[in-house]
Design a protein around this ligand. Structure first.
Ligand code: ADP
Ligand code: MG
Length: 705
C-alpha cells in the first residue's frame, strides 16, 4: 500500500524520501515518531533569529543566543599544541573584529576559507578577554547563501539524542524532513476546527499553524501558530472530558433523594456554630445532584480546616433520611477513628447506628457488623479502605464519601461504585488544593464544589521560619503558650526509605524535648508509624483530652486530625517536606479561636528552592496560592495523582502558565456542547471527525476518573 492511500495521520514516516529503515527505526525508538503525523507534531524547542544581521560592535556582552554576522576574514593562523591546537581566523566588518575558532577539521578549513570575501557567519559569540569569538561557527559565502534559495528567517532547533546525531538525524536533518513533509503533504492536513470557530476565536488555520510552528515567518506568526496549537491541545481534551461527563449524566441513573428529613434538621439545629456561606452553597449544589435522579460524582475541594467533615455529615444525613445507608472512607485509621468519635458524638441522640470498620476491627465484631450492614441495620459506616473489600456488602448504599481523595487510587474509588446497583452517589473530598488548571483537566469530568471560606472565628495562622540553631530563642515562646493552656504539635520528617532512621530522629527529638519540658510539669505524647494502633490511639487520646501538652510525631498526623486547643505546630527539618505537605501540617492548628503559630525549623544550608518554599509558607496561608506556586516551582509532574497517569504530557500547554487559554477552551467547549450536545450539526462536522480520529490513537484520558 502506498502512503497516499492511508489517512495522513497513519502514513508511516518511511514515506519520506531519505528516511530509510535505519533512520525510521531510530525515530521510532528515540522519539516515538512512527507516522508523518508524529513528525509534524514534533515541535522545535527554540528558534534562532536569522532575520537580521548583527554588526560586530552590536554583539551584546553576554549574548545568550545564536547571532548572524556579515564580514570578511582578514587573516588565519594555527596556534596551540595537541588538544589545544586550533585554527583562529580574524573576522571583521566595518564596526570591529572578532575571532572564529576551529578545533576540528583544521586542515580542511584552512584550505577552503577565502580571505577578504564576504561571509555570513552564524553562531553564539563568547567573550574572551577583550574580544568575542565563535567556536565552530556555521559559515557560508554570502553569494552561495544567496544562491541556495532557502531563506528561513527563524531556524528551528529540535531536541535530538547523541544516537540520533550519529545516524544523521541532528536538528538540521529533522528540520529538513519537516520541510519536506510540509512541502509534500500539507494539502492532506485536515482542518480540525470549523470555520465558525476559527473566526469566533480568531485562530490561525491548522495548516498554516503547523507550517509556522516549524518555520515561522515572523515572531507574530509564531505566536499565532503556538496559540492555535495550544488551543487544539486543550480544546479537544476539554471536549472529551465534558462529553464523558455528559454521557454519564444522561446514562447513569442514580437514586433520587428528594427528602430533607428529621435527622438532617436535628443535626443542623444542634451545630454549635453557623455554617459558612461556602458550606451552605456546597450543600445546595450537592442537593441539586441528589434530587436529579442521576448519579452524582462530585469533587469537594476545601482548604484544611474549612469544615468539609460537617458538610459531608449533613449530606450523608440526607441520604439516610431518604432511607439509604451512607459510608465515609478515610485514608488512615487515626483519621477514621476520629471521624467516628466526632460523628458518633454529634449523632448520639439521633438513634442512628454508626459503626467503625478498620483493619483492626476484631473478627467477631466484624462478622456481626457485616451482617448488620447487609440487613440495613447500620445507617452509617465509617472506616478505612477495609470498607471496600469484597466481603463488605451493604443493604442499600446510597452515598459514599471519600475523605482526602488523593490518598486513594482510582481503582479503589471504582470499587465503591460497585457496592450498589445503580451505583451510590459519590462525593470525594480533598484538602490538597489542586490548582484550577489541574482540576479542570484532571477532574474535568467530575462536578466541582469548592469551600473557599474559612469559619469566621479563625485568626490567620502566623508562620515563622528559623534555623534549627535558633531553638533557644524559640523555646521560651513555646513554653509560654503551654503555660497559657495551649498545646503543641512537633513533627519530624518521615524518610520513606528508612523507618528506623525516622524513629531515631524522633527519639532524639524526644530526648531533647523531655529535657526542655520535663515531667512532672509537662507531659509529652509520642506517636509514630511503628506503634500498634491501640497504643497510637491511647497517645492521641491523651493529647486530645489535654492530658499531655506536646505531641511529637512523624508526619502520620498530616491528615485531618482535629484538636482545636492546639495552637502551635513546630516542624523540624521543614526543608524535607513538600509544600503541600507543609500546608497540610500547618492546618493542624488554627482550628480554635486562639491565635495559632506554625514554626518551621530548618538547617542552615538550604537550596534556593527550599528557601523559596519555606518563604512561601511564611508569606501566605492560602492553600490555592501555595498550590499554584508549587506547580510553578516543580511543574505538574509531581502533583499528587498525576504522575503515573501520563495525561500531563502536553506538547505546548503548560499547566502552570496557561490558565487563561485552558479556561477559555473549557468555556468554548461548554458552549459548543450546549448548542450541539451530540455534535451532529453540520457546522461542527470537522470537530466530530477530529474527535473520532483522536479517539483511535490517543490515550484514553477518561479512564482515570
Ligand atoms: P477539614 O475541611 O480540614 O476536614 P474539619 O471538617 O476537620 O476541616 O473542620 C475543622 C474544624 O472546624 C472542626 O473543629 C469543625 O468542627 C469546625 N467547623 C466546621 N465548620 C465550622 C463553621 N462553620 N464554623 C465554625 N467551626 C466550624
Ligand atoms: Mg478533613
Amino acid at each position: 500500500m502506498t502512503g497516499d492511500m492511508l489517512p495522513f495521520w497513519q502514513t508511516p514516516v518511511e514515506s519520506l524520501k531519505g528516511v530509510g529503515g535505519r533512520k525510521a527505526e531510530i525515530l521510532k525508538k528515540e522519539l516515538q515518531i512512527f507516522t508523518l503525523y508524529d513528525l509534524l507534531f514534533y515541535f522545535p524547542y527554540k528558534y534562532v533569529d536569522k532575520s537580521r544581521f548583527y554588526r560586530i560592535s552590536e554583539v551584546p556582552m553576554h549574548a545568550q543566543s545564536y547571532l548572524q554576522i556579515k564580514g570578511v576574514i582578514t587573516g588565519m593562523q594555527v596556534i596551540g599544541e595537541k588538544r589545544g591546537k586550533r585554527l583562529v581566523a580574524l573576522f571583521q566588518d566595518d564596526s570591529g573584529s572578532m575571532e572564529l575558532v576551529w578545533f576540528n577539521g583544521i586542515a580542511y578549513m584552512e584550505k577552503n576559507l577565502k580571505l577578504n570575501r564576504p561571509y555570513v557567519v552564524f553562531g553564539k559569540p563568547q567573550l574572551f578577554g577583550q574580544r568575542f569569538s565563535i567556536t565552530h561557527p556555521e559559515i557560508q559565502l554570502e553569494e552561495e547563501r544567496a544562491n541556495s534559495g532557502i531563506s528561513i528567517p527563524f531556524q528551528p532547533f529540535y531536541n535530538t539524542s547523541e544516537k540520533m546525531k550519529r545516524s544523521g538525524l541532528d536538528s538540521r536533518n529533522i528540520s529538513r524532513l519537516c520541510m519536506q513533509l510540509l512541502n509534500g503533504y500539507s494539502h492532506r492536513i485536515e482542518e480540525s476546527l470549523p470555520h465558525h470557530l476559527l473566526q469566533a476565536c480568531r485562530l490561525m488555520p491548522l495548516r498554516e499553524a503547523l507550517t509556522n510552528i516549524h518555520f515561522p515567518q515572523s515572531d507574530a506568526l509564531l505566536k499565532a501558530a503556538r496559540y492555535r496549537l495550544k488551543f487544539d491541545e486543550m480544546f479537544f481534551l476539554q471536549l472529551q472530558l465534558l462529553r464523558h461527563r455528559q454521557n454519564r449524566q444522561v446514562s447513569q441513573e442514580g437514586f433520587p433523594m428528594p427528602k430533607i428529613g428529621d435527622n438532617f434538621h436535628k443535626c443542623y439545629e444542634k451545630l454549635p456554630f453557623g455554617l459558612t456561606d461556602a458550606q451552605k452553597r456546597v450543600i445546595r449544589e450537592i442537593r441539586n445532584d441528589l434530587v436529579s435522579g442521576r448519579q452524582m460524582n462530585r469533587l469537594l475541594q476545601g482548604d484544611v480546616g474549612s469544615g468539609k467533615t460537617v458538610t459531608a455529615l449533613l449530606v450523608m444525613l440526607i441520604a439516610i433520611d431518604n432511607g439509604f445507608q451512607a459510608c465515609l472512607m478515610a485514608p488512615t485509621e487515626i483519621l477514621a477513628e476520629q471521624h467516628y468519635e466526632s460523628i458518633s458524638r454529634t449523632l448520639a441522640e439521633s438513634g442512628l447506628r454508626v459503626e467503625l470498620l478498620t483493619g483492626s476491627t476484631r473478627s467477631a465484631l466484624r462478622k456481626k457488623m457485616l451482617e448488620d450492614l447487609k440487613s440495613g441495620a447500620i445507617d452509617l459506616l465509617i472506616g478505612t479502605h477495609a470498607l471496600i473489600e469484597d466481603k463488605v456488602e451493604f443493604g442499600n448504599l446510597g452515598l459514599a464519601v471519600i475523605d482526602e481523595q488523593h490518598r486513594f487510587g482510582v481503582e479503589q474509588r471504582a470499587k465503591l461504585w460497585r457496592k450498589n446497583d445503580p451505583p451510590p452517589h459519590v462525593l470525594v473530598m480533598t484538602a490538597t488544593p489542586i490548582p484550577r488548571t489541574l482540576a479542570m483537566t484532571l477532574y474535568g469530568d467530575l462536578q466541582l464544589s469548592v469551600i473557599d471560606e474559612l469559619p469566621k472565628n479563625r485568626k490567620p495562622i502566623l508562620t515563622y521560619h528559623y534555623s534549627q540553631r535558633a531553638w533557644p530563642e524559640v523555646y521560651p515562646f513555646v513554653r509560654k503558650q503551654i503555660q497559657a493552656g495551649r498545646q503543641v504539635f512537633v513533627v519530624f520528617p518521615l524518610i520513606e526509605e528508612s523507618e528506623a532512621l525516622d524513629l531515631q530522629n524522633l527519639m532524639e527529638g524526644y530526648e531533647g524535648f523531655s529535657r526542655d519540658f520535663p515531667e512532672p510539669y509537662y507531659h509529652i505524647s509520642l506517636v509514630h508509624g511503628r506503634m500498634d494502633s491501640a497504643d497510637k490511639n491511647r497517645e492521641m487520646e491523651r493529647f486530645a483530652t489535654g492530658k499531655t501538652q506536646l505531641l511529637l510525631a512523624t508526619s502520620v498526623i498530616e491528615v485531618g486530625i482535629d484538636i482545636p486547643n492546639a495552637s502551635v505546630i513546630i516542624i523540624e527539618n521543614a526543608e524535607r517536606f513538600g509544600l503541600s505537605q507543609l500546608h497540610q501540617l500547618r492546618g493542624r492548628v488554627g482550628r480554635g479561636s486562639e491565635q495559632s503559630y506554625c514554626i518551621l525549623l530548618s538547617g542552615d544550608k538550604l537550596t534556593a528552592e527550599s528557601r523559596r518554599r519555606l518563604q512561601a509558607m511564611v508569606d501566605t496561608n492560602n492553600g490555592f496560592e501555595l498550590a499554584d506556586f508549587d506547580l510553578k516551582l516543580r511543574g505538574p509532574g509531581d502533583m499528587s495523582g498525576t504522575r503515573q497517569s501520563g495525561m500531563m504530557d502536553f506538547r505546548l500547554i503548560d499547566l502552570a502558565k496557561d490558565e487563561k487559554i485552558i479556561s477559555y477552551c473549557r468555556e468554548i467547549a461548554k458552549n459548543l456542547l450546549r448548542e450541539d450536545p451530540t455534535l451532529e450539526k453540520d457546522e461542527n462536522r470537522e470537530i466530530r471527525l477530529h474527535l473520532d480520529e483522536i479517539a483511535k490513537f490517543r490515550v484514553d484520558y477518561l479512564q482515570i476518573s
